[in-house]
Design a binder for this molecule. Structure first.
Ligand SMILES: NC(=O)c1ccc[n+]([C@@H]2O[C@H](COP(=O)([O-])OP(=O)(O)OC[C@H]3O[C@@H](n4cnc5c(N)ncnc54)[C@H](OP(=O)(O)O)[C@@H]3O)[C@@H](O)[C@H]2O)c1
Length: 384
């Protein structure tokens, strides 16, 4: 492992129930190195529930070229397609890449004998139902939904509209912004993969908050835009083509589900952070602008230096030290989060621009990055 950072903030304790012990981690790391080296070790066997969705498709693309993982099981809900079918029937772009058969959900078939890891790319409430039995069977899980992102079960009715019935799994889940939680992810049985907007905002703010550079009394404003794939594959009244095309619409003001995970990860109060997401007529990509006030005057070089030091060993975060600002085109189809910034002449007003692909670093890319840490590979394996 060359990427064990020493700047984790907001990470959870990984000691105790539900976590792997040191000898198990060492064995996994050893096997992971051997797998990438191509000797002895069988590939990590991976199952995916939610294969028919957008994030599921992205996971399949990444896993199909990963040197140490092998996809062996695909499942969808079974509601629309009751029989098994070749996955390329739903995702034509996977033709010739994956010839796997997708089966309707049969949770009891996700077994430790056949699998080492399960990705869930399913709706939040479905993940909450599915995960406890998987953990009981000794499987490791990376969940792309919000079902296990919030530590406090009492927040779920307010932000997600359902009661959370899996408090034990919630307690052991590791919130996986990889750059901030690396060591905890390495030992986790259950990783709650962060939201796409949340990843963009957290990576932009973490260096400044950790250094204590932000004026405490000033509200942090995050103005973000997302492509429509962020809403998933099933169209609805606000996401179908005619509604979105040639428009830009704000939504979820003061109520977006990514707010509580951002507050939790960065130890902020609700009044300290205002988030306004917008839907824009592109397929994929997020651009978040963060309007900030610094506690004291800083130079451009100081701010660039802070970000470069913080992310110096993070292979999937690109800091723009020059005045160029990140844009969606530069991250579409990549697994990077790009960070750039601009300052006014007083040296106290700062705008950070954070850009990522919602299906890449905002979902599947980060999930694979977390898998890499869990199985002892370098975090960027299969992602560059
Ligand atoms: N899209 C993004 O940019 C993004 C980013 C970060 C995180 N996420 C999260 O990742 C998850 C998947 O997102 P997505 O955009 O890929 O959604 P999606 O395109 O709507 O796909 C959802 C997948 O879940 C399956 N599914 C639905 N209900 C299920 C159930 N009760 N049991 C088992 N499987 C079920 C669907 O199968 P059927 O086809 O059979 O219905 C489909 O394969 C969501 O939790 C989302 O919040 C998405």
């Amino acid at each position: 492992m060359h990427n064990m950072h020493n700047y984790y903030i907001g990470s959870r304790s990984f000691q105790g129930k539900g976590c792997l012990v040191k000898s198990e981690i060492q064995e996994i790391e050893k096997q992971g190195r051997e797998a990438v080296g191509g000797v002895k070790r069988q590939p990590v066997r991976v199952g995916l529930v939610g294969a028919t969705g957008y994030a599921g498709r992205e996971l399949m693309v990444l896993l199909s070229r990963h040197p140490g993982a092998r996809l062996v099981h695909l499942m969808s809900s079974g509601r629309h397609r009751r029989e098994s079918f070749p996955i390329e029937r739903v995702h034509p772009s996977l033709r010739k890449k994956e010839s796997l058969i997708c089966v309707p959900l049969r949770e009891s078939e996700l077994r430790r004998e056949d699998l080492d890891l399960v990705f869930l790319s399913t709706p939040h409430d479905a993940s909450v139902e599915l995960i406890p039995p998987l953990l009981e069977r000794g499987l490791r899980v990376i969940d792309l939904s919000g079902g296990f992102r919030l530590r406090n079960a009492e927040l779920y009715p307010k932000w997600y509209g359902f009661e959370h019935h899996a408090p034990a799994a919630l307690e052991e889940a590791v919130y996986g912004v990889t750059e901030l939680a690396g060591e905890a992810v390495q030992r986790a049985r259950l990783v709650a993969n962060p939201g796409c907007y949340a990843t963009a905002a957290i990576l932009a703010l973490a260096p400044l908050l950790e250094a204590g550079w932000l004026l405490k009394e000033a509200e942090i404003i995050c103005d973000a835009k997302s492509g429509v794939s962020g809403a998933g594959r099933a169209p609805n009244e606000t996401t179908h083509f005619v509604e979105v095309n040639e428009s830009c619409r704000a939504y979820g003001l003061f109520s977006h589900r990514h707010v509580p995970e951002i507050l939790q990860a960065l130890h902020l109060d609700e009044e300290q952070f205002r988030f306004t997401p917008h839907l824009i007529p592109i397929t994929r990509g997020i651009l978040a602008s963060l309007y900030l006030r610094l506690e004291k005057k800083r130079s451009r070089e100081e701010v660039a230096g802070l970000f470069e030091k913080f992310y110096g060993r993070a292979p999937l975060v690109r800091v723009y030290a020059d005045p160029t600002l990140p844009e969606i085109k530069a991250v579409q189809g990549t697994q990077f989060c790009d960070l750039g910034f601009s300052m006014d002449e007083t040296g106290r007003r700062l705008t950070v621009v954070s850009c990522l692909d919602n299906l890449g670093k905002g979902a599947a890319g980060q999930a694979v990055q977390n898998m890499n840490l869990m199985f002892g590979w370098d975090e960027e394996t299969g992602l560059l």
